[in-house]
Design a protein. Structure first.
Length: 206
């Protein structure tokens, strides 16, 4: 019989806090199609993933500006105004985090994220302070869904996957956690998360 979860691990981007470069670049581009072309052809997600792997904004921007000098100012905005890509909480999730914390449930974080950004987010969204330990990919130089990221969390916290619920909005990341023995929830909104927490035996606010 499967063990009931006793702890919860949260992804952060698009689970606890909204993240999308469009939140920033819609302020810059007057035409949506031009913004989408820029994000698809210059500041791509493949390029951005190097930030999550630990490459600095300045180093990564320099490489890209050498290939796209006409877009240098737009590229530099990625690092200079990165916080604007995360404008607000994901609706409805903060009360669930607060409820779990109030009930004494151990909470943790596991996020693909650049260096230094967690401190900014925690200052803006205090519920992130309930995460007792958060492992950030940039510290490790490796990204979810690589098992090394999950194993680093286990090593630092002593978590037992069979007694832990892992929550992420990426199906690949969820599957990697499941393969390591975690209980998992593929996040698609606060109501689904509430139901998953209740099904796992956690008391959460209505």
């Amino acid at each position: 019989m499967a063990q009931t979860p006793e702890a919860v691990v949260f992804d952060i981007g698009n689970v606890l806090v909204q993240w999308d470069p469009r939140h920033l670049y819609r302020k810059i581009f007057a035409v949506e199609a031009e913004m989408e072309a820029f994000l698809a052809g210059i500041c791509t997600m493949d390029w951005h993933m190097e930030h999550d792997r630990g490459v600095s904004f300045a180093e990564n921007a320099a490489l890209l500006k050498a290939r796209h000098p006409d877009s240098a100012a737009l590229i530099d905005l990625w690092g200079a105004r990165y916080g604007e890509m995360a404008p607000d909480r994901v609706p409805g999730v903060a009360p669930l985090v607060e409820g779990l914390a109030a009930a004494g449930i151990p909470l943790y974080g596991l996020s693909n994220m650049p260096h230094g950004f967690l401190a900014e987010l925690t200052a803006r969204f205090p519920e992130l302070g309930h995460l007792g330990t958060t492992v950030v990919s940039a510290e490790l130089g490796v990204l979810k869904p690589d098992p090394a990221v999950y194993l680093a969390l286990i090593e630092r916290t002593g978590l037992r996957p069979e007694a832990t619920l892992f929550i992420d909005d990426s199906a690949k990341n969820v599957e990697a956690a499941r393969q390591l023995g975690f209980h998992t929830h593929h996040f698609a909104g606060a109501e689904g998360l509430r139901a998953a927490l209740q099904a796992a035996g956690f008391a959460v606010p209505a």
